[in-house]
Write a protein that binds this ligand. Sequence first.
Ligand SMILES: [Cu+2]
Length: 241
Amino acid sequence: MKNLLLTTTIAFALAAPAFAAGTHDGGHDDDHADKHSEMMIGMPGDAAKVDRTIDVTMRETDDGDMIFEPASLEIVKGETIRFNVMNKGELEHEFVVDTVEGNAEHKEAMAKMDMEHDDPNSVRLDEGGTGEVIWKFANEGTFEFACLIPGHYESGMHGPITVGEKMAQADVEYTTGKIKKIDAKVGKVTIIHGPLVNLDMPAMTMVFRADEATIANMSEGQDIEFVAERVKGKLTVTQMK
Ligand SMILES: [Cu+2]
C-alpha cells in the first residue's frame, strides 16, 4: 500500500504543469499564458520515453540572417522528441517551442527586458554550446520553434512545427530528379525533376534551396528521389534518398 501511494504521488508531480511557478529569471509571473500554451503544444517529455531525436543547429549566415536548421519540423501526434540543440553561431541563441501566439507574447516581453527562459520548452545556449529539450507533442496543429532574443526572430529565427497523424507522414510523396548544378555557397541546387504533386507543379528544371547537410549528400549528375516544400516562401528540398 505504501508503494502504491508513492507511485501515485510521483505520477501526479510529473503531470503537474511545470510552468506554473513562473521560472523566468526576469521575474514576470503571468503564468496563465504559459499553462495554456503548454496544453496546446504538449508537455515536457520523459527522457526514458523518447521516440526520436532531432538535431537542431542555430547560427548566423554570411548575409546577416539568423537561422535554424532544419527550417521546419514535422512531428507525429503523441511523439516525444529529444531536440539536440547546437549553437554553431557567434551569438547567444535560444530554441523555444510554443504556439505562435505564445512565442509572440514572450517575444514582446523580452523586447522590454532580456530575461532568460528556464522553462522545459526552451534552451538558451552561448556560442558553441549544446543542450536539449525533451518535449511530448500531444496535440495536432501548427506550432512554432523560435529564438526570442530581441531581433533574432525578425532575422529569421523561427519555423513551423507541424504535428499531424501518422498517415500524413507516410503519405509524403518522393519525386524523382537529376541534380544539374550545385551552388553550395548560397545553398541552392538546380534539379531536373518530375511532377511535384504536393506543390502542384509539373515536371521541369528548377532551383531549390537546401541546407548544408542535404547539399553535402548531393553531387552534380546524381539521380535522386526527393521531397520539396515551400519553406518561408522558398522552394526547399526537405527530404532526399
Ligand atoms: Cu537567436
